[in-house]
Design a protein around this ligand. Sequence first.
Ligand code: 9Z3
Length: 306
Amino acid sequence: MEHEYSGLLSQETKEKIDNFVKFHKQNNTNVVLITSGGTTVPLEHNTVRFIDNFSIGTRGSASAEYFIQKSYAVLFVHRRRSLRPFERKFHNVNLLKLINKNEPNAPTELFKVNQSLINFNFDQLLESHQDAVEKNLILNVDFITVFEYFALLDYSCRAISSLEKNALVYLAAAVSDFYVPLNEMPEHKIQSSDGNLVLDLKPVPKMVGKLRSEWCPKAYVVTFKLETDPSLLLTKAKKSIEKYQHNCVIGNILEQRKNNVLILESNGKVTDIYLNEEKHCEIEEMIIDHLCTEHFLYKKNQPSYG
Ligand code: 9Z3
């Protein structure tokens, strides 16, 4: 079915996605579609103002690196200028590219100093990035508005559906819950001379049901549930999995999201993942470890899965 936003994707982007999927289908590689970063909600067609949210894409970009470590190929659908895998540890992403190309003008020494300050292995990072690029394990595609996000999600899910159970969908983007539909949006800049601005925002159409039943029905699908009130988290996560019948919901509380998540699976199993002083890693490493095992079992037709 064509959507009001389906014309927003360029032919070039579609071809890139198709070629990436085709390449990995031939090689029988697991492919994960990761969404990352926040969507904007424009208030005018000729957009001067828009509503945004807090997400900067740490969850998605870090997760991508750990999926690549597990030999997954990553279709990284992210908010433009939000964090990207490997590049996330640099303020200026172009510098990483320069260094990777052995560009003599790249201020390598400067970065070697930074490396010791922020305690990560710079050479290893460069190597992992270069390796991922050489093996075609990462495709970055970006969106800004919630409409572009819908268009990319729809197209990407349909593209990876040909991979059947080798596909995993990991919806970490912070998607607006409310928006101004395109047909209700004023053409031009809202005038302050008109007085108070009263917004009538409509609920954003939920895509997970369609994704599950139509777009890529065989993929292993992971969504995120974000709350600020801890007492709601598990109940809301359970409701979501009952409604959409997908494989897994990862619940996180805004303030604790880097240290603690709850993973709820369709068979009712709940896994509490948390960092403490003994665990010197990023929480995404533990999440991805867990999910890769679950995806493997799903592919093997574990009895609790259909
Ligand atoms: C998340 O819950 C992510 O973990 C965060 C990551 C957005 C909190 P950062 O980018 O933050 O690392 O700064 N993402 C999903 C949020 C969301 O919109 N979920 C929808 C909902 O809760 C369902 S798919 O209704």
